[in-house]
Design a protein around this ligand. Structure first.
Ligand code: ADP
Ligand code: MG
Length: 388
């Protein structure tokens, strides 16, 4: 396989040879529907994509860890005989350090190792290259050091690395799908119970097209925290009327309507998005199981409108991409995916319309914004696996 060869070449440049190398991959993901529902104990529906982190490594007889990033052409080195600390200089290394740190905290013994990796997932665009990097590290180190965790536990360990070592308070979705994805399937996840179901993605002539807007607005972190607080406020108000409501997951639109006059309009809108979005995930899965791609596409469109108007996490550039896509024959649905304020759209598009997408969405977008959007046709890929 091409990626193994590339990895071996990079590895041996830095570490002398590539003897005894174990090579793994872990994918990024696109969330098809269920946005900003994860931290509300709700439902999400991502698929792993055919863009991934490829990582190889082998044990050393001492306590040294050496890591080489092929993409950045940078190396870090540290000793396991001292506590693993955050690296301000080589930020990329913290995702790997964080996983090793979380493994140690789980009481598992590590030994020294040499690791090299590269990735094909666009970084910082909401396709979760960070989770893929963590999951690849966990799967590799698991194999090298001879322990195993069940998939769910492995995902939680990687989430812990990102939450508590890197310092990004993400939900569980990204690590979960990177571990548990399956070719030609999307993954329904209940973020409260962590129960999951693999749903066949039988798209026939249709494709999942991911379009990167090329923008990332700086609002993301503060706006994300504010949204979380607004949801919590909504839950408090709902719970006074309906004590069984512990999270927005437990409420429906009738309950919300009954509490509307006690809520600030903005809190009402946020709650409305989350409650309706959870319902859309369930309806989307029903539609897919019934082979009704038209209905699935409509839920994607509704999700976008809700994220734009009620949750207010879109931005003019992404709205433009979605609007242009909506005007194209052969596009059944389009919406923003990921945390918001930029990043990517996900489109359900007929294979025969992909060329027209480049012509009438990407080109017009460039004319209007000056930005060149990137298009990725994504198939549903396997979760993390050992390649050799
Ligand atoms: P996202 O997860 O949406 O892609 P993040 O900001 O959470 O965005 O993670 C991106 C970071 O992950 C990068 O800034 C880098 O530190 C690290 N990373 C991802 N892919 C690679 C790679 N191929 N090589 C080195 N570091 C990477
Ligand atoms: Mg990330």
């Amino acid at each position: 396989m091409e990626s193994i060869i590339r990895l071996q070449q990079g590895f041996s440049q830095v570490f002398g040879d590539a003897d005894g190398l174990t090579v793994v991959r872990a994918p990024g993901r696109v969330n098809l529907i269920g946005e900003h529902t994860d931290y509300n104990d709700g439902f999400v529906f991502p698929m792993a994509i055919n863009f991934d982190i490829v990582m190889g490594g082998r044990r050393r007889s001492d306590q040294q860890v050496r890591i080489y990033s092929l993409d950045y052409q940078r190396t870090v080195e540290f000793s396991l005989s001292e506590p693993i600390t955050y690296d301000d200089q080589e930020q990329w290394s913290n995702y790997l350090r964080g996983v090793l740190w979380a493994v140690q905290r789980a009481g598992i013994d590590l030994g020294g190792m040499e690791i090299a990796f590269f990735g094909t997932i666009p970084q910082g665009s909401g396709l979760s290259s960070s989770a893929a990097l963590e999951v690849a590290t966990a799967v590799l180190v698991q194999r090298l050091c001879g322990w195993t965790l069940p998939p769910r536990e492995l995902a939680l360990l990687c989430q812990k690395a990102e939450n508590d070592f890197v310092g990004m308070k993400c939900g569980i979705m990204d690590q979960f799908i990177s571990v548990l994805g399956q070719k030609d399937h999307a993954l329904f996840i209940d973020c409260r119970t962590l129960d999951y179901e693999r749903i066949p993605l039988e798209l026939g002539e249709y494709r999942i097209l991911v379009c990167h807007s090329g923008v990332k607005h700086s609002l993301v972190d503060s706006a994300y925290n504010r949204r979380r607080q607004e949801c919590e406020t909504g839950v408090r108000i709902l719970a006074t009327e309906y004590p069984t409501v512990k999270a927005l997951r437990d409420a429906d639109l009738t309950m919300l309507a009954a509490c509307r006059d006690r809520m600030e309009p903005v809190v009402y809108k946020r709650c409305h998005h989350v409650i309706a979005e959870n319902a859309r995930v369930i309806k989307s899965i029903k539609a897919l199981k019934a082979g009704d791609l038209v209905a699935f596409g409509q839920f994607l469109n509704q999700s976008h409108a809700s994220l734009r108007d009620d949750y207010e996490v879109s931005c003019p550039e992404v709205d433009l991409l979605v609007e242009l896509a909506g005007q194209l024959d052969g596009v059944l649905g389009a919406r923003i995916t990921g945390g918001g304020f930029g990043g990517c759209t996900v489109n359900l598009i007929h294979a025969g319309a992909v060329e027209a997408f480049n012509e009438r969405v990407v080109r017009v977008y460039q004319e209007k914004t000056g930005i060149e959007a990137q298009v990725y046709i994504s198939t549903a890929a396997n979760g993390a696996e050992i390649l050799n």
